[in-house]
Design a protein around this ligand. Structure first.
Ligand code: HEM
Length: 481
């Protein structure tokens, strides 16, 4: 009895060791065939869980300079290394399966559906932004006193994104219109994001903390609110059909011609969970991204008055009756350069995590020099930190950390500049974001002669919720024309 059990155990050990050895040989042989080297490894004090790096990351995040730690590591170890969790696990309970969280066929289905809605909306959205911008301007003091503009730009783009996604604005810039439901949704979503951020931060150690029941309850609360919006839209469309009308015949509550919720309900009213997941994924990506980038743009413009004056010169050339269309805004070269340069210096996310799905070779990152190819195997995880790449002196020159929009004029972008990522997974909201930010800049430049910095701290101190924002806010003052 004892002998047969030990024979069984021995065979299991021999077989699994054989399998591990065989896998290693296979990978090693594929790597040497493709001329690949291993990436240089971080020298952990804790070789098992890498807790030392984890603790350093937390400390730097709290001090508002996480990118500085990344830059230090890149300088020491070269420019490619990784190992971070992917999106589905940390985001799943809140966002469900949608464009941001899934791969493969599910992801393709999602992008096939949302891409056309995004491209149609780009040319029709500015009338709605105009109304929100008007409310935004009313909050700016006319006597040159200091204002923290960051919360306001976040509210502006929260109002316009909720209108594009759900068909009704969050109304945060006009408290009289702010419904209890909209406020409850906004506050619950903030809590939802905090929980997701915690999941990302704890990553492989999440089992130490266990299930966050309060967070799961928050996710359920958010889902109930969104399900209510979906039901309402389904009923609305049913009603229109019964009356034999088309949606353009009815008075829609939103100024947007294309509203994501409405378009999704038109085609998928039988799959409410799918609609909710899609809405959650897009809302998560849109929520604070444009608002925080716009605040960062003002942070930089207040510190570089010559850039503001040059931008105003371009805007002054716009004839009075010119409509600010998608195409026209795209033609304003300096305005576009200011947006691109802002995204290079202060990105709302800074990084992205990818997991290898099938064996592939990365052209750089291996060996001591970091210039050899690396072979990746399914399951390998990569962290791309474009926040560092966008400030890399090897790419951008010695003045890489300066705000110089001129460098963007006439520059053809490649994989060295990817604020919206690239390839098939590129951000579907990219053109919408550019258009909104260009519209915002033009309107602001028509309104104000100067933007003055009113913060003693000239540095950008990072603060992360899910997107990155300035920990000190953006304290500035405007002078009107
Ligand atoms: C300045 C503003 C924005 C920036 C810098 C930005 C950047 C990005 C980046 C870098 C990704 C890729 C993330 C990754 O692969 O890990 C992404 C994905 C995405 N973005 Fe944006 N984004 C912005 C605004 C928006 C807006 C306004 C929307 C929607 C209205 C949006 C919707 C999405 C969606 C749905 C994805 C997931 C795409 C996929 O994985 O297929 N984004 N964005």
């Amino acid at each position: 009895m004892f002998t047969s059990a030990s024979t069984l155990l021995l065979s299991a050990v021999v077989l699994s060791s054989g399998y591990i050895l065989w896998t290693k040989i296979r990978i090693w042989s594929a790597a040497s065939k493709a001329d690949c080297s291993s990436p240089v490894k971080y020298r952990h004090l804790d070789p098992f869980y890498g807790l030392d790096l984890f603790i350093r990351k937390i400390k730097h995040t709290q001090a508002g300079n996480l990118l500085a730690l990344d830059e230090e590591i890149f300088a020491k170890y070269g420019k490619t290394f990784g190992n971070e969790p992917t999106n589905r696990k940390p985001c799943g309970p809140l966002l469900g399966d949608g464009a941001f969280t899934v791969d493969g066929a599910l992801w393709k289905r999602s992008r096939d559906i949302i891409n056309p809605i995004f491209s149609r909306s780009q040319v029709s959205q500015l009338s709605s932004l105009k109304t929100h911008f008007q409310r935004f301007i009313e909050h700016i003091p006319t006597n040159g006193s200091t204002i923290d503009i960051q919360p306001l730009t976040k509210m502006l783009f929260l109002d316009s994104s909720t209108e594009f996604i759900f068909g009704k604005s969050a109304g945060s810039l006009s408290p009289s219109e702010l419904t209890i439901g909209a406020r409850q949704f906004s506050e619950a979503f903030d809590d939802g994001l905090r929980g997701m951020r915690k999941n990302y931060m704890t990553g492989q150690f999440s089992w130490l903390i266990g299930t966050d029941k309060k967070w799961l309850e928050k996710c359920a609360e958010i889902h109930t609110i969104v399900d209510g919006y979906i039901e309402e839209e389904i009923e609305h469309q049913k009603h229109i059909k019964e009356l034999g009308l088309s949606s353009s015949d009815t008075s829609e509550p939103s100024a947007y011609k294309y509203v994501l919720l409405r378009e999704l309900v038109k085609k998928h009213s039988d799959d409410k969970l799918y609609i909710r997941n899609e809405l959650m994924n897009v809302f998560f990506a849109a929520r604070d991204s444009v608002g925080t980038v716009t605040a960062s743009m003002l942070f930089l413009l207040a510190r570089y008055p010559k850039v503001w004056q040059k931008l105003r010169k371009e805007v002054a050339g716009i004839v009075p009756l010119q409509e600010l269309t998608f195409e026209f805004l795209k033609s304003l070269k300096y305005v576009q350069a200011v947006i691109e340069e802002t995204l290079r210096l202060v990105h709302p996310v800074d990084r992205s995590w990818k997991t290898c799905l099938s064996s592939c070779v990365l052209p750089r990152g291996g060996g001591k020099s970091g210039r050899d190819p690396i072979l990746l195997q399914p399951g390998d995880q990569i962290e791309l930190i474009y926040g560092c790449m966008h400030k890399d002196k090897d790419i951008w020159g010695e003045d890489a950390s300066e705000f110089v929009p001129e460098r963007m004029l006439g520059l053809k972008h490649s994989w060295q500049y990817i604020p919206f990522m690239g390839g098939r997974r590129t951000c579907p909201g990219q053109q919408n974001a550019y258009t909104d930010m260009a519209f915002f800049l033009v309107k602001l430049a028509q309104e104000f002669k100067t933007i003055e910095n009113r913060d003693d701290c000239l540095e950008y101190v990072e603060e992360y919720v899910m997107t990155k924002q300035s920990a000190n806010g953006v304290k500035i003052a405007f002078t009107r024309n």
